[in-house]
Design a protein around this ligand. Structure first.
Ligand code: ADP
Length: 467
């Protein structure tokens, strides 16, 4: 069932419940008040007749002579009010003229209440119509003198109630029909923008053009927010696809160079394989190309595992050991660059020692690569309140400000450099830092040097012993 139909149904059902409840309540209250009003006027009229009788008679005379003088009933009756007076046995002794010879009914129930000296009010059939009949005994002391009956046909009230009922039922039906029509129209109007969004989104999908965006309505409502969210999603999808495309381009580009080297050297081996010196040279070139490929493949594998949510083998570790290992391994690469151990605060962190070493060696390797002979690279550890900062500072070429924000991107390399690399090292380093809830940042001044700073949270008990 579409939202449009569901909304309309909800809305119309709610309105129906409200209208029906209101109509039932209104009808009940009206019926009750009309009947009570009629009963009250009958009682009042009977009271007037009784007072009239009392004014004309002395109760003692009535008892003594058994004669009762009665007032003229047409004074009390009206077009629709009928009056009848009976004696103590229920025999009619006077009727209002508008009864025209007919009698008001006296049934057993009325006689019983006459004898019990109780007034009674009830609806009785008279001919084809119904009448509200109030019968009140005339009592003097302990004696029943007779009974006054006042009746009023309920036809008028019933007619009024019928008219009101008709009005309520037809009104409810008309209101519901109108509400359905207006509701359908309103829901159509308010859902139309969603349809437009769906259409545009469909067009974008079928055109496979993730550069397109949905138009955002100027209002700041749910639909504007929906469009903005979809646009954001499109942007992320677009970035993701572009990254995919870039990745395969970058990977194939990266693999092409070593493959070309290998192929060239295999050719050389085939043609001039006799000379041991040539062979050695060709094999060395092949080996270094293979190493480069192996490194690239393992870097890519690591990054894809990182993307897939790989978790590290975290445990409490002393940084001293890690720093020392990194420093020793870096010695093998130093290539005429002086390696210094700077400030070395002891610190314990929760981490994966191998990954942290990989990160730091990467920073050291980069620093050494980009520092000319005679320059220096300093590795330092500083403790602060709840974290530790490990910095790798070099006196090398530095990084131009326009490149600095991008060096942690995958496959980003500063062009035209003497030293070549895949551009994945810093991306991996950053991922390792973040997997440790840490950060990796770079500061650099071209011509003076760069400093890479790894910040890691200290192990909790280490923070306490420190404090
Ligand atoms: P690569 O494996 O190519 O070195 P990285 O991700 O490690 O890739 O580094 C990205 C780029 O950042 C490099 O191309 C290099 O230009 C720059 N870079 C990294 N470290 C330094 C440094 N210590 N000094 C100068 N430039 C650096």
């Amino acid at each position: 069932m579409s939202i449009r139909i569901r909304l309309t149904l909800w809305y119309v059902s709610l309105l129906a419940v409200i209208l029906v409840t209101f109509s039932v309540a209104f009808y009940t209250v009206l019926q009750y008040s009309l009947t009570t009003e009629l009963d009250r006027s009958l009682q009042e009229r009977a009271q007037q007749v009784a007072v009239g009788i009392q004014a004309l008679n002395n109760p003692l005379d009535i008892l003594r002579f058994g004669v009762i003088r009665l007032p003229e009933l047409d004074v009390f009756s009206s077009r629709s009010i009928y009056i009848q007076i009976t004696d103590a046995q229920g025999e009619v002794i006077k009727r209002s003229p508008n009864l025209m010879g007919r009698a008001l009914p006296i049934d057993q129930e009325i006689l019983n209440s006459l004898h019990a000296k109780q007034p009674i009010i009830k609806t009785v059939p008279i001919g084809t119509m119904e009448m509200r009949l109030y019968s009140v005994p005339l009592v003097s002391g302990d004696d029943v003198l007779g009974m006054v009956q006042v009746g009023n046909p309920v036809g008028e009230i019933q007619a009024t109630l019928r008219r009101v009922l008709l009005f309520l039922v037809s009104g409810t039906i008309i209101a519901l029909v109108l509400a359905t029509l207006v509701g359908v129209w309103l829901v159509y109007l308010s859902l139309r923008p969603i349809e437009r969004i769906t259409e545009t989104a469909n067009q974008i999908v079928s055109a496979e053009d993730l550069k397109q965006r949905l138009p955002v309505p100027p209002t700041d409502d749910e639909l504007a927010r929906l469009s903005r969210t979809i646009n954001l999603m499109l942007e992320r999808l677009d970035n993701f696809f572009q990254a995919q495309v870039r990745l395969s381009a970058d990977v194939s580009h990266e693999l092409r160079t070593p493959l070309t080297i290998i192929r060239g050297n295999v050719d050389i081996l085939r043609r001039m394989g006799d000379s041991p010196a040539d062979r050695e040279e060709a094999l060395n070139a092949i080996e270094s190309a293979l190493n480069r490929m192996a490194r690239l493949v393992s870097d890519l594998l690591l990054l894809s595992q990182a993307d897939a949510g790989m978790t590290l083998k975290m445990q409490p570790i002393d940084l001293d050991g890690v720093i020392l290992d990194v420093f020793q391994q870096a010695h093998a690469l130093r290539n005429g660059v002086e390696l210094k151990l700077g400030h070395a605060d002891p610190a314990r962190v929760f981490g994966d020692a191998d990954r942290l070493k990989q990160l730091l060696i990467n920073l050291m390797e980069n620093a050494i690569k980009h520092t000319p002979t005679g320059g220096s690279v300093t590795l330092s550890v500083y403790r602060a309140d709840d974290h530790v900062r490990i910095s790798v500072a070099d006196t090398g070429a530095g990084i131009a400000p326009e490149h600095l924000p991008h060096i942690f991107d995958r496959f980003y390399r500063v062009k035209g450099q003497r030293v070549k690399g895949s551009g994945l090292g810093l991306a991996i380093a950053k991922w390792i830092a973040e997997a440790h809830n840490g950060t990796l940042t770079a500061e650099s001044e071209p011509g003076i040097g760069s400093t890479f700073i790894l910040t890691l949270p200290l192990l909790k008990d280490d923070v306490q012993t420190d404090g």
